[in-house]
Ligand binder design. Structure first.
Ligand code: CP
Length: 304
């Protein structure tokens, strides 16, 4: 049995297989509409979500399976003090696979240690969000046709943004990927990522607070929200939340084939006027998330 806790739990070739299966499903949805008949997915969400939870549920329903779960800690027995370990022991006898989101880093790892079914990390604190990474890689591959030889800009909250951490970890495995990391000084990537992943891996990267200057170089711009829920201090959030706003004026500096991704939800870091630009692909990206999660569920259930 295999779990997906970090994007690195899949080797590059396993990841390639999941992405290829996602592409196959996208082309031929009907062929896969019954493949999970009789299987159940549990969604254990201790933290709010729209896309991840509902795209997991849509994915399982599209595969002919069923779904059960909870969407907040308050509506589960976590509110009475039940541990993640005890919860997963019980859920293991109710479902065949589960997706867990939790505010504490490492909670899905604890769940996996006590689980009889595959556990998928659907986001743990500021740590990892591997299925968002699968979605991001799927989107980049669909639109650019490759995952290597890319200049990737990442902009916004790079300190707490788990989608950024997961995506960097996944992308450094491909040849000639360069990162332009755009953030206020206070929201730069964590030191472990800078030292242990980028510096140690001899990866080409720069950290800057100048978005316009680097726009013409980018193949991908990955925008992120400054996350109010991760700040200890409301004043810091208010000071930093509008540090970078992508608007039509800034898009003029970008290449014709540069794509803007965002894991969503957005607040105001991308002006609504950008939505109509054909290079703004964040809603398409959210749609692709369903196909790649279908592929992942099939893979972890041994049905691929
Ligand atoms: N991208 C993402 O994780 O969105 P949700 O928080 O809505 O699941």
């Amino acid at each position: 049995m295999k779990h997906l806790i970090s994007p690195l739990d899949l080797s590059v070739s396993e990841l390639e297989e999941v992405l290829n299966l996602g592409q196959e499903i996208l082309k031929n949805k009907a062929k896969y509409s019954d493949i999970c008949k009789g299987k159940k997915l549990a969604t254990l969400f201790y933290e709010p979500s729209t896309r991840t939870r509902l795209s997991f549920e849509a994915a399982m329903l599209n595969l002919g399976g069923k779904v059960l779960g909870f969407s907040s800690a308050d509506s589960s027995s976590a509110s009475k003090g039940e541990s993640v370990a005890d919860t997963i022991r019980v859920i293991s006898s109710y479902a065949d696979i589960c997706a867990m989101r939790h505010p504490k880093e490492g909670a899905p790892t604890v769940a996996a240690m006590h689980s009889k079914i595959p556990v998928i990390n659907a986001g743990d604190g500021g740590h990892n969000h591997p299925t968002q990474t699968l979605t991001d890689l799927f989107t980049i591959k669909q639109l650019k046709g490759r995952l290597d030889n890319l200049v990737i800009g990442m902009c916004g909250d790079l300190k707490f943004g788990r989608t950024v951490h997961s995506l960097i970890n996944a992308m450094v495995r491909y040849e000639n990927v360069r990162f332009i990391l755009v953030s206020p000084n206070e929201l730069r990537i964590p030191d472990y990522l800078r030292q242990e992943v980028l510096v140690a891996g001899n990866i080409n990267f720069i950290e800057t607070n100048e978005l316009e200057k680097y726009m013409p170089e980018l193949d991908i711009l990955y925008m992120t929200r400054v996350q109010r829920e991760r700040f200890f201090n409301e004043e810091d959030y208010i000071r930093l939340k509008d540090s970078f706003i992508l608007d039509a004026e800034k898009m003029k500096y970008a290449k014709e084939d540069m794509y803007v991704l965002h894991p969503l939800p957005r607040v105001n870091e991308i002006a609504a006027e950008v939505d109509n630009d054909p290079r703004a692909v964040y809603f398409k990206q959210a749609e692709f998330g369903v196909y790649v999660r279908m592929a992942l569920i099939m893979t972890l259930l041994g049905l691929s």
